[in-house]
Design a protein around this ligand. Structure first.
Ligand code: KMH
Ligand code: ZN
Length: 285
């Protein structure tokens, strides 16, 4: 038990699918997203999984909007080391082109992300299909490698772990690999404890992982991940409720609950500098 690393909490603040009608506290503008990121960080989040929206509140991969949001987040911290790891989405929204999805990888300077998501396969996504053909996966991996951005390999079903391993075998992704086990998407692997154990046992040795349980699986699987020594993603992208029938007040409220449970289970929460160490990212001053 004592060998468990500190817990990395990732806050997935906004996503691409959730609307204000469903969750009135959903942050949409760069200012709102940045404020939500700061609050989530105060509650224990050391990684921010970032999507952005356009002026109409629709998902966009516009690099300027990403850049503005990232700078606003970073400016809110006294020192870069205190700012959470910024992880941009290259999943974007269903139907986006490869070019749109690649766009946040072009950010440089103070807007350069440290991580990006890399979805490792296609999956039915409710009534839609989230398309990730092999050529696109490799293109995204190469783009991240060139930009020095660490991929978080998004796993929506068990075969996608093998795809991540093959990317590493081809030299397109550098070990140690980091996986995010997204569980409970309608069409993907169901969010059950048994399935989580199967995914974790299927990971290559030496990798790090987090779980992103959709809906009520967020709390249940997050708690199991704390016990197993994994890491946890929370936030409105995956779950808008605090409990059955009760909407969450904020992403920070969801992060704070996981931090609290982790503390009760004897596992400290990682600060951003510790998260960078655990994930093998370069440190910041
Ligand atoms: N919005 C989903 C279709 C990611 O961020 O990389 C894809 C997604 C995954 O959210
Ligand atoms: Zn996402």
């Amino acid at each position: 038990m004592s060998r468990r690393p500190k817990l990395i909490i990732t806050a997935a603040l906004v996503g691409a699918e959730v609307t204000r009608d469903q969750q009135p506290n959903l942050p949409l503008t760069p200012e709102e997203i940045a404020a939500e990121a700061v609050e989530a960080a105060d509650a224990g989040a050391s990684v921010i999984h970032l999507h952005v929206r356009d002026a109409a509140g629709e998902p966009t991969q516009d690099p300027e909007t990403f850049g503005r949001t990232i700078r606003l987040i970073r400016q809110s911290f006294r020192r870069p080391a205190l700012c959470p790891v910024i992880q941009v989405s290259t999943g974007g929204a269903i139907g986006m082109t490869a070019e749109e999805r690649m766009a946040p990888l072009t950010l440089t300077g103070t807007a350069r992300p440290e991580m990006a998501t890399l979805s490792a396969g296609s999956v039915n996504f409710g009534d839609d299909v989230f398309l990730n053909p092999p050529e696109l996966i490799e293109r995204l991996a190469v783009g991240m490698r060139r930009a020095g951005i660490k991929p978080e390999i998004e796993v929506f079903d068990v075969g996608m772990i093998q795809t991540g391993i093959e990317l590493a075998d081809k030299g397109l992704v550098d070990p140690p690999l980091h996986f995010d086990l997204v569980m409970g998407v309608p069409g993907g692997i169901p969010g059950t404890p048994k399935n989580l154990l199967h995914l974790v046992e299927s990971l290559p040795a030496g990798s790090t992982w987090s779980v992103a349980g959709i809906g009520r699986a967020e709390l249940e699987l997050g708690t199991i991940a704390i016990i197993l020594g994994g890491h946890v993603r929370v936030g409105f992208e995956d779950n808008i409720f605090y409990k059955r029938g009760v909407l969450a007040d904020s992403n920070a409220q969801l992060a704070a609950r996981i931090a609290r449970i982790s503390g009760e289970l004897g596992r400290e929460v990682a600060a951003p500098a510790e998260a960078r160490r655990i994930l093998g990212l370069p440190g910041k001053d």
